[in-house]
Structure formats: C-alpha cells, structure tokens
Design a protein around this ligand. Structure first.
Ligand SMILES: CC(C)(COP(=O)(O)OP(=O)(O)OC[C@H]1O[C@@H](n2cnc3c(N)ncnc32)[C@H](O)[C@@H]1OP(=O)(O)O)[C@@H](O)C(=O)NCCC(=O)NCCS
Length: 132
C-alpha cells in the first residue's frame, strides 16, 4: 500500500501513543497534544488509515531547527519511510527559512542519519533529570 506523507495532518493521541509504544521501549502513554502544538513542523506517514511514521522539528525562532522523534512502526522499517519523513521535515524547514537542522542520536543510528544527508559534528547532551 502506498505511504502518504503529510505536514501537520490531524492525528489523535491514541494513534501517536500506539506508534510510539510500538517503537520506543520506554514510552509512557500520555497527552501528546501540547507537543504537537509547540512543534514548528510535524510530519506523519500514513499507509491507508494507519499511522506508520512520525517526525517533528522544533525551532529556536531563528535559523536553527531540531529534528526530534523520527519514528517508524517496527514492521515498516527499512523501506525508506524514515528517510522520507526526515526529507519532508527538511523541505518544510527550508521553506520556513531554517538554515541548520540539528539532530542527536545513538551511534547505532549513524548510518541512518548519514543516509538522510546529515554530516557528523561534535555535540553533547546532558540529562538534567539525572545530573545536578
Ligand atoms: C530510525 C528509524 C526512524 C529509521 O526508519 P526506517 O524507515 O527504517 O529508515 P529507512 O528505511 O529510511 O533507512 C534508510 C537507510 O538508513 C540506514 N538505516 C536505517 N535504519 C538503520 C539501522 N537500524 N541500523 C543501521 N542503518 C540503518 C540504512 O542505510 C537504510 O538504507 P537501507 O535500508 O537501504 O540499507 C527507525 O528505525 C525507528 O523508528 N527506530 C526507533 C525510534 C528511533 O530510535 N528513532 C531515532 C531517534 S534519534
């Protein structure tokens, strides 16, 4: 079945939580509407009526965008859906005058992000819940 990519389509909490619960082992079901409202861009991939992928970009209000949550349903991976979601985010971000798209990821996903056009740079991440 053809996969359709749309910017900011209507999407329910139930659909998003179901996708995240399948894809992220530690996902806790919650109200995701505030996250959608605050995103500069979000993209959904649907196969028929089923939500099979999601990604979003948040922004500093200037030229920087941060790609978060690229997610593809486990049974739909390695078919190019993740790459197309990221490309849709990048295209829409460019249209909105974002110049730099940032992402951070675990080393096992380096190949995916290279395939999506990112080049590696030094970056760091601090967990504010665990460190004081
Ligand atoms: C990461 C994720 C979004 C990739 O989605 P996907 O639809 O499988 O990715 P694509 O099919 O577009 O992959 C494009 C290329 O990236 C690389 N790639 C994708 N997943 C990979 C993996 N797990 N390990 C190594 N390379 C990978 C491959 O080169 C692939 O091309 P190929 O299949 O022709 O070899 C998906 O695995 C996922 O939802 N993971 C769980 C959530 C997650 O960790 N998200 C990232 C947060 S930083």
């Amino acid at each position: 079945m053809k996969v359709i990519y749309r910017i900011a389509p209507p999407v329910t909490n139930r659909e998003l939580n179901a996708l995240f619960a399948d894809a992220w082992p530690n996902h806790r079901r919650r109200n995701l509407e505030p996250m959608l409202r605050k995103a500069l861009i979000y993209v959904c991939a649907h196969e028929g009526k089923r939500l099979v992928g999601f990604a979003k970009v948040i922004s500093d209000g200037g030229v920087h965008g941060f790609l978060l949550d690229p997610t593809v349903a486990p049974d739909r991976r390695r078919r190019g859906i993740g790459r197309k979601l990221v490309e849709a985010c990048a295209r829409e971000a460019r249209r909105r005058r974002i110049e730099w798209l940032h992402v951070d990821f675990e080393p096992r996903l380096a190949k995916f992000y290279l395939a999506c056009g990112f080049s590696s740079t030094r970056a760091a991440l601090r967990n504010l819940k665990q460190s004081r």
